[in-house]
Design a protein around this ligand. Structure first.
Ligand SMILES: *Cc1c(COP(=O)(O)O)cnc(C)c1O
Length: 424
């Protein structure tokens, strides 16, 4: 079926025609694509094209689409009932598994989305400390709860301004925004508001302004500043967790143990499943043990937990991380080299199979840097690649993901297509 026809129908039944804004292609123009099915690294669109997928459901599909073990686990579980509103043995196994794999995760609660996980982490941090303020970093995304829909105002460190209509000034008044990688700004925030800050929340590797790694010492400084001031450090690992290796980024590469961790995307194996966890002394403040309320009809959903467990099992069995990292670095080096040969400013930043081709010749270390990108060049790259059978994120300020199903052949094909786009 034609995508134009589908999109016309979609706009009459769904706001903007999509169930999540970036899918509408507003940043790149043109008609959004519709996907019928996927297998491994490939997706088939509703108009019958086969594309190599570098979105992979924003990283959730780390094993590729329709991985046999995951599909089998979900099908088997579906026959046994998909939700009860009563505890199930599998959710216990899932929580035990996460706690065993992630240092600092002593208790963990399953929720349905990353948004919910973060919302709960923030409420818990406030409940634990009796403080109101939360410090976040400009360009990091933590889901769409009111307190997190905040962007920086002007200046190095600012009281946030709402980045969405419908969010009350009251809801954002307690959110401070600092530039990512700017430890001075964090120090300043604590000098001014130290006894009012409940938590600092950070994506250890920023993934929602494009891929931006933490500067050396940044995470460790956050750990020591928060500890010094009695604030909680929340690592939002909804993208990071189990993406760069078989645990959290904070443990594998960050060298820190946060107070609370949020997980999502990869751990749900393609179903709606996320988690919030951390030190037992904090987590025990959640209801029913403690006074901080949190609940969910579908929390720990058996179908989602089956997909999550099967995904963790397959990742452990297949250990695809080193391969994904190799493919990612060939792709990033290849793109930057080809672009330079054609005199185009493209700096492809990558880490362990996650990458963003930033349309600038400068390294990107924070949102201000990212904003200098030539987004019209990105639009050209996006459509040029799409015309040649390759789907990357429909926005400059997103990550792209290599899955365990991508091959050397896929990367070669990507680079030839990219070369052709650069030439055109
Ligand atoms: C995707 C994401 C979220 C939100 O997760 P949803 O499941 O989309 O609600 C939160 N934090 C980070 C870092 C994310 O990348």
């Amino acid at each position: 079926m034609e995508h134009e026809t589908l999109f016309r129908r979609a706009r009459k039944a769904i706001p903007g025609g999509v169930n999540s804004p970036v899918r509408a292609f507003n940043a790149v123009g043109g008609t959004p694509i519709f996907v019928e099915k996927g297998k491994g690294a490939k997706i088939r669109t509703a108009d019958g094209r086969i594309l190599t997928d570098y979105c992979c459901s924003w990283g959730a599909m780390i094993l590729g689409h329709a991985h046999p073990a995951v599909s089998r686990a979900v099908a088997a579980r579906a026959k046994l009932g998909t939700t009860f509103g009563i505890a199930t043995p599998d959710e216990v196994a899932f929580a035990e598994r996460l706690c065993a794999l992630v240092p600092g995760l002593e208790r963990v609660r399953a929720v349905n989305s990353g948004t919910e996980a973060v919302m709960t982490a923030i409420r818990l941090a406030r409940g634990v400390t009796g403080r109101d303020m939360v410090l976040k970093f400009d360009g990091c995304y933590h889901g769409h709860s009111d307190a997190m829909l905040v962007k920086s105002g002007s200046g190095i460190l600012t009281m946030g301004a709402s980045s969405s209509a419908g969010v009350t000034p009251g809801a954002v008044a307690d959110t401070l925004v600092a530039p990512y990688n700017d430890i001075e700004a964090v120090e300043m925030a604590f000098r001014r508001h130290g006894d009012a800050i409940a938590a600092v929340i950070v994506e250890p590797v920023a993934g929602n302004m494009g891929l931006v790694p933490p500067a050396r010492g940044f995470l460790k400084s956050l750990r020591s500043i928060t500890s010094r001031h009695g604030a909680l450090l929340v690592c939002d690992e909804v993208i990071n967790g189990f993406r760069f290796g078989f645990s959290s980024y904070s443990a594998l590469y960050g060298g820190i143990t946060p107070d609370l961790i949020t997980l999502g995307k990869v751990i749900g194996g393609g179903l709606p499943l996320a988690a919030v966890g951390g030190k037992a002394k904090w987590m025990k403040l959640l209801a029913p043990e403690g006074p901080v309320y949190q609940a969910g009809t579908l929390s720990g959903n058996p179908l989602a937990v089956a997909a999550g467990l099967a995904t963790l099992d397959a990742l452990e069995r297949e250990q695809p991380y080193a391969r994904m990292a190799d493919l990612g670095s060939s792709l990033a080096v290849g793109m930057s080299t080809i672009a330079a040969e054609h005199g185009l400013p493209v700096t492809c930043q990558s880490f362990n199979g996650v990458f963003t081709p930033f349309c600038t010749d400068q390294p990107v270390t924070c949102l201000e840097d990212a904003k200098t990108c030539d987004t019209s060049l990105y639009v050209k790259l996006f459509h040029g690649l799409l015309d040649r059978g390759i789907y990357i994120a429909p926005s400059q300020f997103e990550c792209n993901f290599i899955s365990a199903a991508h091959t050397v052949g896929d990367i070669d094909a990507f680079l030839s297509a990219f070369e052709a786009v650069c030439r055109s």
